[in-house]
Design a protein around this ligand. Structure first.
Ligand SMILES: Nc1ncnc2c1ncn2[C@@H]1O[C@H](COP(=O)(O)OP(=O)(O)O)[C@@H](O)[C@H]1O
Ligand SMILES: [Mg+2]
Length: 227
């Protein structure tokens, strides 16, 4: 599973992130160094407010660092334009959030297809792949349902299928089971574990120790410092 002889799929070098309250700098992430290798299942743990979601936004290239570097698949994101970055992110990173973040007006299948409207790979036939993915997550009979007609667990399955539509190299999940009961949460973790067996890189944020056991490696964030 783990292949340290390869180059990291993502690397953070002395990464910092601050927010400003007026003139006052609030340092959220402090000199983070981290390498994630292809096929790894990494859990990032830490208490609420420790900077986990901020770190996920950095790893997911949703935001740029205050200082330091994010190197995604060999590319230093400080050296590419916003539109190049958006494309790289759209093709290579699939996001799963605690609140599912589905579009209420759209059906399950339409939600799954959403990322392909902005960017997709030439090798992907979106409709065909959406059909395969809705089966993969066990919702073939729910393809026309809107989110409000689905349970929380079903909505998260749709969100996972959406994260996979562009066949990304990395899946980033921020507290993916935080809004689910423990049985449904275990089912969702089972999906992540299966994806990881197919050598997909998974980075999951959680503050739940029982979920971190699904990962190959766990790192801890405390007050913006990785330990
Ligand atoms: N956009 C923002 N502006 C200012 N402060 C922020 C912003 N986003 C997060 N923070 C602050 O950064 C800290 C870490 O937040 P977050 O990364 O969401 O932590 P976690 O996910 O570990 O709970 C918190 O103190 C939060 O209030
Ligand atoms: Mg968070």
């Amino acid at each position: 599973m783990l292949s340290e002889d390869e180059n990291p799929i993502i690397e953070l070098k002395d990464l910092c992130k601050s927010y400003w309250a007026g003139n006052m700098e609030i340092k959220i992430l402090k000199n983070i160094n981290m390498k994630v290798y292809p096929g790894e299942f990494l859990a990032i743990m830490g208490p609420s407010g420790s900077g986990k979601s901020t770190l996920m936004n950095m790893i997911g290239c949703l935001d740029r660092p205050t200082c330091g570097q994010v190197i995604l698949m060999g590319q230093d994101i400080n050296k590419i334009t916003d539109s190049e970055l958006a494309r790289l992110r759209g093709l290579e990173i699939g996001f799963v959030f605690q609140n599912f973040n589905l579009v209420p007006r759209l059906s399950a299948t339409q939600n799954i297809l959403l990322p392909t409207y902005a960017n997709t790979k030439n090798s992907i036939e979106p409709n065909k792949r959406a059909n395969e993915l809705i089966k993969l997550v066990g919702l073939a009979d729910r393809s026309n349902n809107r989110p409000s007609q689905l349970s929380g667990g079903q909505q998260q399955r749709v969100a996972i299928a959406r994260a996979l539509i562009n066949d990304p190299s990395i899946i980033l999940a921020d507290e993916p089971t935080g809004n689910l009961d423990s049985k449904t949460g275990s089912e969702i973790m089972g999906i992540f574990k299966d994806l990881n067996k197919k050598r997909r890189t998974i980075i999951m944020i959680t503050h739940d120790h029982s979920l971190a056991s699904y990962a190959d490696r766990v790192v801890y964030l405390k007050d913006g410092v990785l330990t």
